[in-house]
Structure formats: structure tokens, C-alpha cells
Design a protein around this ligand. Sequence first.
Ligand code: ATP
Length: 351
Amino acid sequence: MSKTVAVIEGEDSSPEAMRPVVELLSDLLPEIRWVYPKVGESAIDEFSTSFPREARQAIDQADTTLFGSTSGPSGAALRYLRWGKDTYANVRPCRYLPGCFSPLRYPDGIDFVIVRENLEDLYVGIEGDLQELKFLEKEARSSGQHISHYVNGRYALKIITQEGTQRIVRFACELARKRESKRKVTCVTKHNMLHRTDGYFLKIAEAMVEEYSDLSFESYIVDDFACRLIREPQEFDVVVTPNLYGDILSDAAGGLLGSLGMSASGCYGDKYAYFEPAHGTAPDIAGTNTINPTATLLSATMMLDYLKYESTAKNLQRAIETVYGKGISLTPDQNGTATSSQFVEAVRECL
Ligand code: ATP
């Protein structure tokens, strides 16, 4: 049965990566129907809102969404794809492709995945004025803090729920099984400082992995992990972490491969998934046709897997690897001189 993919190109440099990638995918799989819900600036002109009902329906009716990156205007659509579609697991692979411009001397064998909880933590977006927290003064004093010292200021709520943690850890464990690699899950938190939130996340993770006796489990404090990520990235397999750390660490993981242009991502829920490069809109290079489309292409391979076009996904993955292996047609972030479109053309030729 043919599939429908909703495409949201995003802003700044993002369409310069998305367009050649969708063109390539359309040629590879002509049976896929591509729809372009109007969101962001173009929707405001026509519907006076950045996320009209028509766009929401198009996303609902599609099998999945391929999303570029947004610097704001398409943000409402992105929030819908996350919280509206309950896509709680953000999967961000980091795999060294021989030929890519890694700053490490020994990057061979880097192959891990960050599984970032996608809906909770500080990203619930509840912030306010410290004055509203006066009622917590007694509790704060007992832990050596004095809210009254900080009356002029703001706060942000960090939410870690039992259900949210259980499902993300389960997702990570299942992924570690499926990958058949090191069969290891690494939990990353700041439980030594945030006992009641990150400590809770870790405790739930420890209890959950008991059900997975075939997997090994370890946990690190996020600052220690940041160091290990650079020093011994080959040690990791599946890394599970609350939202904020996952966001930051996956950009660091992109750095291991030379640039954010290598960082793919997929966001999975029980009933929907969408795919987007992990990087932002790269506004500083907009209009130059030099954004690296690898992250978008690799996100597309994850999407093709999800849509059950596994062999096309594999071929596409191999073609990307071949282009890096040859070391030609790479974009400037990978020390090359090719444009975004030339890179995608090189991948097409390898197919
Ligand atoms: P956000 O807040 O959405 O993450 P940002 O501006 O902080 O956005 P990015 O847009 O990801 O971050 O850009 C950070 C740097 O990485 C910029 O210099 C940008 O040009 C570069 N960059 C990001 N993605 C790519 C890419 N695909 N190819 C080349 N360079 C990229």
C-alpha cells in the first residue's frame, strides 16, 4: 500500500537540504505521495495562523512527517508533532562514517544512539516568577537554600514522571536488543544533585532493566559522561537520558563526526513518528546552498525503515557511506567544497 509523507521544509537553510533530499526520495520511491501542509510564514499569509487546521489534518492523515528545522515560524507544527502526537522517544544515532571529518584521532567504531526523552523535563515550558514560589521557602531552607534571597528572578519546572521514564527506558532497552551490538544501556542523569527528579529517573531505569537480563546496564552523572563521550565514544551503545541532557549531548555527539550536519533524528510515539535532522536551521549559511544534507538524508533512512522500505533505506545508507568513503563531493563543514545539491547528486550516482 502506498504511503503518504507530510513534508515541512522549515526555515533559513533547512529547505536547501530538504528539497534535494525529497527529490531523490521521490525518484527512488515514486509510489510515495508527498504532501506539503502550509505552516509558518506561508500559512500566516493565507490563514492568519502559523498552524492552520488543514495542516494538522494533513499531518494526521499522513503516515509520517519529514520535518526540516525551524527557527520559530513552524514551531507550532513541531509542538503538535511532539506533544500532540505523543512522540516521546527522540532517537539520535551517532555513527562514524569513514571519510568524515572527525576531529578525533581514532574515530573508528563510534556507533551509539542517544535516546532522549522528548516531552518532559524542562521542556514542558512552565516558567514563572520566583515570587510565586514563596510557599516553598520552608522546604528550601531545610535544604540550605533561601528563596527569600532570590525574590527577584525566574524559575523553570523540571518534570520527570514515572510513566514517561518507564516508557523511554523500555524503548531504549528494546532498541539495545534490536541493534544486536554491545547490548548495553547507559543511563545519564544528574542524580547526585537532583535527587528527586533525576534520581527518580535513574531509580526507575534501574528497576526497569531488571526485566532485560540479557542487557548490561551502567549509569553516569552527566558531567562525567560528557568527558567520556569525547574520550571513549566507542564504549557506548544506547544512551538513555532526560530531555535537556539528550538535547545537549547529541550536539556534542555531532561534534565527534565533525559537524551537526551529520546528526540525524527520529521521534517515535506508539502511534506516530516524525523525522528531522537534529541540527537547527543554520541561519548563518542560509542562501549559500552549503548546508550539509547528510543529517536530513540519514533521518530519511530512519523514516524509510519506519515505513517498511527497509531495503531502500539500506541502499541509501550505503550510498551515503560510499560518498564519504570516496571523500569527494563533501560540503564545507566536512572540509569539502561541494554544494548541498552536489552532495545529494553524488549520493544519487552511488545508488
Ligand atoms: P537551534 O537552536 O535550532 O539548535 P542553532 O542556531 O543553535 O539552532 P544550528 O542551526 O544547528 O544551531 O547551527 C549551529 C552551527 O552549526 C551553525 O554554525 C550552523 O551553520 C552549523 N550547522 C548546523 N547544521 C548544519 C548542517 N547541516 N550543515 C552545515 N553546518 C551546519
